[in-house]
Write a protein that binds this ligand. Structure first.
Ligand SMILES: C[S@@+](CC[C@H](N)C(=O)[O-])C[C@H]1O[C@@H](n2cnc3c(N)ncnc32)[C@H](O)[C@@H]1O
Length: 189
């Protein structure tokens, strides 16, 4: 089933992570609905010509919710390294508003980013965070999935956020997430 045509039914996310009840997800790969909604409402608050960069297009659960509130004058570029996820988007008409690209964003993408959503493999997170931290503008917003900040040992993401003293909010969805805003300090890695 192509989720761009029909989304799977939502179930309690505890079925996938085994953590706590009260959050919703579509399958083991998808983020929680609640995480998608944070991405959606931050997008809604952005200025008229904002650029949004997303990693980990996957089945597009985040992407569709971001697109649903975007203005025609805003732009979303989403990345994935697997062609099969890009192929699923075929029924969405091409537009200047929405690009999907194979691979990962580079620093030229980050310098234009008003809002960056990170949901590719957690192993990619440290590199993605460095890219955002070193190249995105001072007002840039960041939403990171899979922070796993309830774990005894800090994940790469948690360590990065603490080390760089990023300002923002931790969310207690089972897989963990963080919403932050860029500080002015650059190149201190
Ligand atoms: C958890 S899924 C993303 C779910 C998606 N955000 C959604 O809403 O359905 C992670 C995605 O990251 C992609 N990915 C994994 N490693 C990657 C890499 N090295 N570069 C780019 N994308 C990668 C995978 O192909 C997969 O689609």
């Amino acid at each position: 089933m192509n989720p761009w045509v029909n989304e799977a039914p939502l179930v309690d996310e505890v079925e996938f992570s085994g953590k706590w009840t009260g959050f919703n997800a579509w399958n083991i790969m998808s983020p929680e609905l609640e995480f998608c909604n944070v991405a959606k409402y931050v997008t809604k608050s952005l200025h008229d010509t904002a650029t949004i960069i997303e990693t980990g297009l996957g089945q597009g659960y985040v992407t569709r919710r971001v697109l649903s509130v975007m203005k025609d004058t805003q732009r979303l570029i989403t990345f994935d390294h697997q062609e099969r996820w890009l192929d699923m988007v075929e029924n969405v008409p091409p537009s200047p508003q929405f690009n999907y690209e194979l691979g990962q964003p580079g620093y030229l993408d980050m310098v234009t980013a008003d809002f960056v959503i990170l949901d590719s493999e957690p192993s990619r997170r440290k590199e993605e965070l460095s890219l955002w931290f070193n190249h995105s503008p001072p007002h840039s917003m960041l939403l990171v999935h899979d922070t796993f900040h309830d774990s005894i040992e800090d994940s790469d993401t948690t360590r990065f956020i603490k080390r760089h003293n990023l300002q923002g909010w931790w969310f207690d969805n089972p897989r963990g997430s963080f919403l932050g805003v860029h500080g002015r300090v650059k190149n201190v890695l």
